[in-house]
Design a protein around this ligand. Structure first.
Ligand SMILES: Nc1nc2c(c(=O)[nH]1)N[C@H]1C(S)=C(S)[C@@H](COP(=O)(O)OP(=O)(O)OC[C@H]3O[C@@H](n4cnc5c(N)ncnc54)[C@H](O)[C@@H]3O)O[C@H]1N2
Ligand code: MOO
Length: 417
């Protein structure tokens, strides 16, 4: 087992190599596909829109190049007397004109209805007037093509609509529906086990003796993981003893794809987690150059990936976001993981620190009077202080090599989402 510190990047490379994507496929209806991961490229079979159609309620007419150029000239485009057309009929969405547009005629047309043959523009209703249903006067002539949504301008049949490995969100479900698709192949849901280790821990809602504290990490880790649409299996709280841990990890290796524990990964007398994993399976790495979260351990028991998160609440929160999420996404078969979204802000105060670990300081980001993003780290950065997360709205990332930063420096910031 190596004990040297890994950079976050190297840890992620190793973790992604250890964590294999699930291969089991199931077919689900569109109604059940939200936040599932699609197994194959989805190719469009239908043009959207299927035909040229109107983007406005108004009148479909034919404009000539000459009248179009007139319309483009702002000084002449609005003609109060207007040009009068005979109304040939009405086309509503769901309907279609049966005869081509005649010269000097207009079809009344509703948004979404197919453009009749012979028309090349739609004038919106507001730019017309009409004293009877048989004629319409157009006061502002449209240019050729105006207010027409051209066939296939959204989706062309044959193009790749959604890439393999995409987590399906609301926008993808709309796109798939537009193709008439109702069933699609997705990877099976990942199963994640979560456990808190520590003799001092009492579950919320249960009695807490005077040597105990309430256990808080499972709730946070579960919520972070659940956001990825993973099935959570809660293994509760387990004592800091080798036998209990090996029983639990044995059970986990038969049940879940990924097991996430918190606590017991440091060097204390009761920190058995990584030794137990190492004796039953293997540890890929232990200790990464991040703060908080240094003693994070990654290993494997049979096919189950094992993430040993540090017990300090902020450390477990940070490592769940930095390491567990990318591992989970890899295992879900996702190929759309862009990592954490970073923006640049201006630091509002000087900072001095001991270099060596990349620091994910909890901070408050806002915009100053000039509209620039500014960021101020919170005073208390202890990894045991949970209010440092709840009082913050972002992580301010201080690179491992930096010992000093000055007010006015540009610094990367990861907004909480
Ligand atoms: N001699 C050293 N001591 C420590 C080092 C070190 O390098 N050398 N590293 C420190 C760092 S950094 C961290 S982070 C912690 C991680 O330790 P463990 O993963 O072994 O965590 P525990 O010792 O079990 O607990 C630490 C702390 O967090 C509380 N805790 C644990 N689990 C929970 C939970 N589920 N809910 C709420 N609070 C929890 C626990 O009571 C302790 O106070 O090690 C440092 N020590
Ligand atoms: O790495 Mo520890 O997580 O600094 O508190």
């Amino acid at each position: 087992m190596s004990t040297s510190w890994l950079s976050l990047e190297d840890a992620l490379i190793k973790a992604r190599a250890t964590a294999h994507a699930v291969s089991d496929v199931e077919y689900v209806s569109l109604a059940k596909a939200h936040r599932r991961v699609v197994v194959e490229d989805i190719i469009a079979s239908t043009n959207v829109p299927p035909w040229d159609n109107s983007s406005m309620d108004g009148y479909a007419i034919h404009v000539t190049a000459e009248s179009s150029s007139l319309a483009n000239d702002n000084t002449k485009a609005t003609d109060s007397s207007g040009k009068t057309f005979t109304v040939q009929g009405v086309i509503t969405a769901g309907d279609r004109a049966t005869t081509p547009l005649h010269s000097e005629h207009a079809y009344k047309i509703m948004t979404g209805a197919p453009i009749p043959q012979g028309a090349n523009a739609v004038v919106m209703l507001e730019n017309t007037s009409s004293s009877d249903t048989n004629t319409v006067t157009v006061h502002t002539l449209p240019t050729a093509g105006e207010n027409i949504r051209v066939k296939a301008n959204d989706i062309a049949s044959g193009e790749v609509l959604i890439r393999k490995g995409t987590l399906l969100r609301a926008e993808h479900l709309m796109l798939l529906s537009s193709q008439g698709l109702n069933t699609l192949p997705v990877y099976r849901k990942l199963r994640a086990g979560i456990v808190a280790t520590g003799n001092e821990l009492a579950a919320p809602g249960e009695a807490c003796s005077d040597t105990q504290i309430f256990e808080s990490n499972r709730a946070g880790i579960s919520a972070i993981v659940e956001d990825e649409n993973v099935e959570i299996i809660d293994f509760g709280i387990v004592k800091d003893d080798k036998a209990s841990l090996s029983d639990l990890f044995h059970q986990a290796s038969n049940t879940v794809d990924i097991m996430i524990s918190s606590g017991g990964v440091s060097v204390g007398d009761a920190d058995y987690v990584k030794d137990v994993i190492d004796s039953m399976g293997s540890i890929d790495f232990w200790k990464i150059a991040v703060k908080p979260g240094k003693p994070f351990a990654l290993g494997k028991l049979d096919d189950t990936v094992f993430c040993g998160l540090p017990g300090n609440p902020v450390s477990s929160f940070v490592t769940a976001k930095l390491l567990v999420l990318p591992i989970i996404r890899k295992m879900q078969g996702r190929q759309d993981d862009l990592g954490l979204f970073t923006v640049t802000a201006t630091l509002t105060k000087d900072i001095k620190r001991r270099p060596g670990r990349r620091d994910f300081q909890r901070a408050l980001m806002s915009t100053d009077t000039q509209g620039n993003l500014v960021v101020t780290p919170l005073k208390n950065q202890s990894s045991g202080v949970m209010t440092s997360i709840t009082s913050a709205n972002c992580f301010m990332v201080v690179h491992e090599e930096l010992a000093e930063l000055n007010k006015g420096d540009a610094i990367p910031v990861i907004p909480f989402t």
